[in-house]
Design a protein around this ligand. Sequence first.
Ligand SMILES: Nc1nc2c(c(=O)[nH]1)N[C@H]1C(S)=C(S)[C@@H](COP(=O)(O)OP(=O)(O)OC[C@H]3O[C@@H](n4cnc5c(N)ncnc54)[C@H](O)[C@@H]3O)O[C@H]1N2
Ligand code: MOO
Length: 425
Amino acid sequence: MSSERLSPWQWREEILAAVAPPRRAERVPLEQARGRVLAAAVRSPEQVPALPIAAMDGFAVRRADLTVPGTTVLPVAAELPARPGEVPDLPPGSAARIMTGAPVPRGADAVVEVEATDSDPFGPAPAVVALALESLPVPGRHVRGAGEEIPLDAPLALAGDRVGAGLVGLARTLGIDALEVLRPLRVAVVVTGDELTADSSSDRLGADPLPGAVRESNGTMLAAALAAGGAHALPPRHSGDDPADLRETLDVAAREADLVLTTGGIGHGAYDVVKLLLGERGAGTSRFAHLALRPGGPQGHGTLRGGVPVVHLPGTPVGALVGYHLFVRPLLDRDGATPRRMLLGGEGDGPRRGPAGTVHAMPGRREVVADGREVVRLVPGRRLAPYGRADAMVLLESEGPDGGAAPGSGELAGAPERSVLVLVL
Ligand SMILES: Nc1nc2c(c(=O)[nH]1)N[C@H]1C(S)=C(S)[C@@H](COP(=O)(O)OP(=O)(O)OC[C@H]3O[C@@H](n4cnc5c(N)ncnc54)[C@H](O)[C@@H]3O)O[C@H]1N2
Ligand code: MOO
């Protein structure tokens, strides 16, 4: 039997290259688009502002009428509040009182702010206004030109961008009432194992607390992780350790989903049904490997009926969770699932035991310290227990046997401030 231990990073690349679930698009009303990922670029169907508008409360003037430096007294020909309606041209030798956002009358080429005049900003429009200026205003002063903010057909956001409040505001400004976004991936989770027992979510499971029975938890856990990643998790399905049962369950799952996940049945045991059915001794449609990863070493991926991709996660809940974050999340959102570097806070836990290059996925909690930097601290505990409070997964690599840092571990070995790779959960 092979004792090959593939690098988890290599495996991740392999999965990303091999598994490409189809992404279809759908149009959703603007009010429901926040947080979704754009399927197409959003371009501006209009220019903003549509007409030149005042950028300040003050007086619209013709620069040619101004005496500078000094005071110019002009009759006030019009009052222009920011309201819809026709705007009269500005007669030569006059000013128009104008409010921020109101269209600038034709003929005017600058707005002088009310602070530079003798006018009471809150009183009625005066009959005349005295403007005191040191120098001639530049053309277009305090005027927002047509299309200055958003030109016609300007790209506002690109395919792949996540919709935020800013884009919602822009879209509303421009009269766009729906956005083209990616449809959430439909993901089916198939949990395997005769020992599993559980609740109403899996109709095939018994509820008797027999010795050796294990309460099924991967289905619900992965559904929660998938929902957090914006996917649509279908109700989990259960298969026993019988290959015919698994074949049938996988066929149903492949018909209803864009991507299938399995848990369990991929170890080295006599009843490891997933591996037996789909591995090299079976259909040969999935590839299995034991990675240099702890926990979560056993992993697999392949293709089901109809070309539907499948990722095989180990059965142990902590192994399934680690495998999900490293190998499934990037299929939903490659950028969001890219580990970042953070300082490891606290006493930490030194480089881990194990062959050089083994990646240890450990639960962590993030914290912003006094100088504004984000640090991550390891949460003590075994297996899944510390994930009750973890909001990060710290990826530490074992130090090589020569005492040097393993590739990818950066400043990990022995440095007082250790930068480590972290996946935010
Ligand atoms: N001889 C060896 N044995 C094992 C190795 C090895 O290298 N050599 N690796 C161990 C590691 S690490 C893991 S992880 C497991 C992977 O095995 P499976 O994927 O086949 O997992 P199962 O045997 O089906 O289950 C393991 C464990 O997890 C419980 N489980 C399974 N599914 C669920 C579920 N849906 N909800 C809750 N708990 C579940 C199951 O009852 C077992 O206790 O292999 C090791 N062995
Ligand atoms: O890789 Mo396993 O998930 O350590 O138990």
